[in-house]
Structure formats: structure tokens, C-alpha cells
Design a protein around this ligand. Structure first.
Ligand code: TYD
Length: 130
């Protein structure tokens, strides 16, 4: 359903730097990058699955909770460090909650935006996977 990564920071006395390369940390060609920021207090996002999209998801700053649900198991991953990444590959329902005001949630995606790849209704998602 997902894979958790600890990215390897190139830290020195000045601070930290993380580099992500296609074919190394990112196991697909990146066609799109988007980021979610300035999320209002108490707002949640997501509530959909993708039919074919692969994504690597991480917070560049701040924190949020990423809920991943494969129709039988529901897990919450706290994304609270730029060193922590999640690969989501497969048809997985996702929700994002508890955004801190400084949260910048970055998503690297294997495909361009395509509304027909979305399952936005939970029952439709369950029908799709079964
Ligand atoms: P939405 O799917 O509601 O975001 P989230 O998954 O965070 O809840 O997307 C918000 C709007 O942005 C919606 O009108 C679709 C549009 N959008 C794009 O145009 N391109 C993109 O890459 C994404 C992710 C969304």
C-alpha cells in the first residue's frame, strides 16, 4: 500500500540538504509536482484514491497526518520531518488531517493531473478494488 522512506540528509555545519533523484529515491519519472500550503486550521484534504498514479509525499516544513486506507487496513502516518517520505503506489484511499499552519506538503507524481484517474467517492473506491 505504501513504503516509508528516511531520506538521507547531506548535513553539515551550515544545516541540511536533501536531494531526491529519479531512479534513486524516486522510483518513477516525475511528470508533476504540487504542494499544499497555508491550509486553514481544522481543514482536511484528500478524500480520494487514484487508479494508476504513483506519488512520493513529504512535508518540506511543518507537519500533517496522512491517512492511507487500502479498503481493509487504515493507517495514519505522521509526516513531521522533511527527512520522512512516503511512496504511495496502488489504489489507496488517502486523507490529510491536522495540518500545522507552517505545513508545506510536497507531492511528486508519476502523471499529469487527470480527473479521470480519481476515485472521489469511498464506495466507488471499494467497488473499484473489489
Ligand atoms: P483537490 O483534489 O481538491 O486537492 P486535495 O487532494 O488536496 O484535496 O484539488 C484542488 C483543486 O486543484 C481541484 O480543482 C483540482 C485542482 N488540481 C489541479 O488542477 N492540478 C493538480 O495537480 C491537483 C492535485 C489539483
Amino acid at each position: 500500500m505504501f513504503e516509508l522512506f528516511n531520506f538521507d540528509p547531506k548535513g553539515d555545519s551550515r544545516g541540511s540538504l536533501i536531494s531526491l533523484e529519479v531512479g534513486k529515491e524516486i522510483p518513477f519519472d516525475i511528470k508533476r509536482i504540487y504542494y499544499i500550503y497555508a491550509t486553514k486550521a481544522g481543514e482536511s484534504r484528500g478524500f480520494h484514491a487514484h487508479k494508476a498514479l504513483k506519488q512520493v509525499i513529504f512535508t518540506v516544513s511543518g507537519a500533517c497526518d496522512l491517512v492511507l486506507d487500502n479498503g481493509s487496513v487504515r493507517q495514519t502516518i505522521k509526516l513531521d520531518s522533511p527527512e520522512k517520505g512516503v511512496l504511495v503506489d496502488g489504489v489507496v484511499w488517502r486523507e490529510m488531517h491536522n495540518f500545522t499552519s507552517d505545513c508545506v506538503l510536497m507531492v511528486l507524481a508519476s502523471e499529469e493531473y487527470d480527473e479521470s484517474d480519481y476515485l472521489r467517492d469511498y464506495d466507488e473506491f471499494l467497488r473499484w478494488i473489489n
